[in-house]
Design a protein around this ligand. Structure first.
Ligand code: 13P
Ligand code: ZN
Ligand code: NA
Length: 283
């Protein structure tokens, strides 16, 4: 069965490695990252955005993830990424998600606390992990758009107060990464990660994982980031592999023919991320 991501992430934080959390949009993408986790013996977090829940249905996604978990030899959690509304969170918990993100980072600190606490209270009873965001991660993730000048780093003391007031078990502090591919390199505030991790013993979450250079990923993990979200990179890799098939064979019309290379490409990319975060053999 699907497991809560809380113990997986606590073990990762305690032992100084990270767990890859991959946003999937199709059955093949889901299978690709599951195969990557199996092959590397890595714990895995499958994620869907609210947009993908609308596209496929929380029940379909949960059913596919549950089937994967039943077959797999590694622990798998299913997480709802960047959700801004309470009803979708309830719907996903009912469908079988074992982790949810309440993203109220666009609101005031006080409102973020209120919304996060409400979700924590319900999720705790269901044995479901909760992730919340403090500060504002820049870039585009589904319907959430944060311009560069609006991106805001998380304050370490506010992180402490936020965790005390909400009881949230995992925290995503904005530390300079952004959703999407970077123009150049990300501007990660490593000192800030260190200060936050020094005051908050919980697993921290690194958003905007696509495009972060390997040494910087490793540094973030060593400082206390226990989960790294990857969305854009595997979306591009999946689509590019399909485009290549059609460029070479314009009349191809068998979905299996173009999905197989796309799935393989995502699997390889996911294995590479699992190696970067240090989750190989940790399942
Ligand atoms: P990227 O699209 O940069 O990989 O960010 C992923 C993310 O943070 C999903 O929540
Ligand atoms: Zn994110
Ligand atoms: Na990114």
């Amino acid at each position: 069965p699907l497991v809560s991501s809380t113990p997986l992430l606590e073990a990762a934080r305690a032992q100084g490695y990270g767990i890859g959390a991959f946003n999937v949009h199709t059955l093949e993408m889901l299978q690709a990252v599951v195969e990557a986790a199996e092959e590397t013996q890595s714990p895995l977090i499958l994620q869907s955005t609210v947009g993908t829940v609308k596209h496929l249905g929380a029940d379909y996604i949960a059913a596919a993830a549950q089937t994967a978990a039943a077959r797999a030899h590694v622990p798998i959690a299913l997480h709802l990424d960047h959700c801004t509304d309470f009803d979708t969170i309830i719907q996903c918990i009912r469908a079988g998600y074992t982790s949810v993100m309440i993203d109220a980072s666009m609101h005031s600190f006080e409102e973020n606390v209120i919304q996060t606490r409400r979700v924590v209270d319900i999720a705790r009873a269901a044995g479901v992990n909760v992730e919340a965001e403090l500060g504002k991660v820049g870039g585009v993730e589904d319907d959430i758009v944060v311009a560069e000048h609006e991106a805001l780093m998380a304050d370490p003391d506010e992180c402490v107060r936020f965790v005390e007031l909400t009881g949230v078990p995992t925290l995503a502090p904005a530390i300079g990464t952004a959703h999407g591919i970077y123009k150049g390199e990300p501007n990660i505030d490593f000192g800030r990660i260190e200060r936050i991790a020094g005051k908050v013993p919980l697993p921290l979450v690194l958003h905007g994982g696509s495009g972060i250079p390997e040494e910087q990923v490793k540094r973030c993990i060593s400082l206390g980031m226990a989960k790294m979200n990857i969305a854009t990179e595997i979306r591009i890799i999946f689509s590019n592999a399909i485009k290549k098939v059609f460029a070479e064979h314009p009349s191809e019309n068998d979905p299996r023919k173009y999905m197989i290379p796309a799935k393989q490409a995502v699997k390889e990319a996911a294995m590479d991320k699992m190696r970067m975060v240090g989750s190989i053999g940790k399942a």
